[in-house]
Design a binder for this molecule. Structure first.
Ligand code: ADP
Length: 402
């Protein structure tokens, strides 16, 4: 109960907390949802009873209520040893996780222009935790940091250089914590070191992105200036023709509305006109719902195209990795995607793919595949806890994933 590491992940209307012991084993998790609305609610994982929140509860109020519930359940001592925060955008300023001080808070605030929906709310979590636990070391772990190694050819858009120089217009990439974890875990499963391992990592959750990792370093990724670019996602379109804005403008749809629709009503939801949830979409497709089948086809085909594109960034490939809720759980999506990649020599083992959970090495390729294919559960909270623990100067636990 002592020496815990608290991990805080603030979304626009949600708050997720995870608590780790000093071996970095997870002790508890908790989540608050629909914050700042009359339906605000929170609960601790594995505990059916919800935590009472006032209507319109803020992030700060939810944080206080959850921490006090964790303390009442004797899961948490009065103060954690360190707190790790997920921060979405670190711009070109942050190349790695950092200990939070007033300068860091200002720099995260400066990056808010690039992530107006995320950075302000991440800061809100940081400020609330600082107020609740004064003097406790706080660490920021950035979604963008792992991609700060992208070469110029991968991060520059072919637009006037002044846009980058004056306004920071370039590709940043996101989901870096998950992709960094894949680089380490894939190397471990293959019996190699991260510095000698090159993988393509496909993180497929509600947001989806794919990254080419050369010898442990991110060299190309599908998300760009914002997390809208690239693959088809739950409600996000991924790549569209930028000419769409002008075209829809001529139809009377203004840029703000296009932005809203591309972020919140597109992707799997837009194509199926039913749901953004892949599991529900697969069930609908099984019952013959044609738009759901089409949504799945577009999703898998776009993903396969991107896997092909990522090959151009690598001199060698040690494995293709699937992760995230869809990547970890949907044999169908993995099979359908790999089905497009026979020419490149990828081949899936049908039984291994369906039963990969029973095999600890995560391998799902068939013996004649040119490359290994792996399924690896992601654990972004653990990575954030590791970074918070490391930067707080705590000794590395012997049994910690590394
Ligand atoms: P987030 O990005 O919010 O963390 P997750 O990584 O949990 O999301 O992924 C959520 C997605 O994973 C949802 O679309 C969900 O339907 C999908 N998913 C989870 N299990 C399955 C499954 N067995 N088959 C297909 N999709 C699944």
């Amino acid at each position: 109960m002592e020496d815990t590491i608290l991990v805080v992940n603030c979304g626009s209307s949600s708050l997720k907390l995870s608590l780790f012991d000093h071996h970095l084993s997870k002790l508890a998790s908790a989540a608050a949802e629909r914050l700042n609305t009359k339906d605000a609610g929170a609960r601790i994982g594995g505990n059916d009873e919800g935590i009472a929140l006032k209507p319109d509860a803020s992030h700060e109020q939810a944080l206080e209520a959850i921490v006090s519930a964790l303390q009442n359940l004797e899961l948490m001592a009065s103060r954690p040893a360190a707190v790790g925060h997920r921060v979405v955008h670190g711009g070109e300023t942050f190349h790695e996780a950092v200990v939070i001080d007033d300068d860091v808070i200002k720099a995260i605030d400066d990056c808010a222009e690039l992530a107006p929906l995320h950075n302000p709310v991440n800061l809100c979590g940081i400020r609330a935790t600082r107020a609740l636990f004064p003097g406790v070391q706080q660490v920021a772990v950035f979604d963008t940091a792992f991609h700060q190694t992208l070469p110029e050819r991968a991060y520059l858009y072919a637009v006037p250089r002044s846009w980058h120089r004056d306004w920071g217009v370039r590709r940043y990439g996101f989901h870096g914590t998950s992709h960094a974890f894949m680089a380490i875990e894939a190397a471990r499963l293959l019996g190699r070191t991260p510095a000698t391992t090159s993988v393509i990592s496909a993180h497929l959750g509600n947001g989806c992105s794919i990254t080419a990792i050369s010898e442990g370093v991110s060299v190309d990724t599908s998300m760009g200036l914002t997390p809208l670019e690239g693959l088809v996602m739950g409600t996000r379109s991924g790549d569209v023709d930028p000419g769409l804005f002008d075209f829809l403008g001529s139809k009377g749809v203004d840029a703000e509305e296009v932005h809203q629709v591309l972020n919140h009503q597109s992707g799997l939801l837009g194509l199926s006109a039913q749901t953004n949830d892949m599991r529900s979409l697969c069930e609908l497709a099984d019952h013959g719902h044609e738009p759901s089948k089409t949504a799945i086809e577009v999703f898998c085909f776009r993903l396969a195209r991107y896997i092909g594109a990522m090959m151009a960034s690598l001199a060698r490939l040690d494995a293709l990795v699937f992760t995230g809720g869809i990547g970890e759980n949907s044999a169908r999506i993995r099979q359908q995607t790999i089905g497009h990649l026979g020419l490149m020599g990828f081949a899936i083992g049908t039984d291994l793919n369906k039963n990969h959970g029973s095999f600890s090495d995560g391998r799902i390729e068939s013996p004649d595949s040119r490359f290994p294919i792996l399924v690896i559960p992601t654990d972004e909270e653990l990575v954030i806890a590791q970074e918070a623990s490391r930067l707080a100067g705590r000794p590395e636990p012997a049994d910690q994933h590394s």
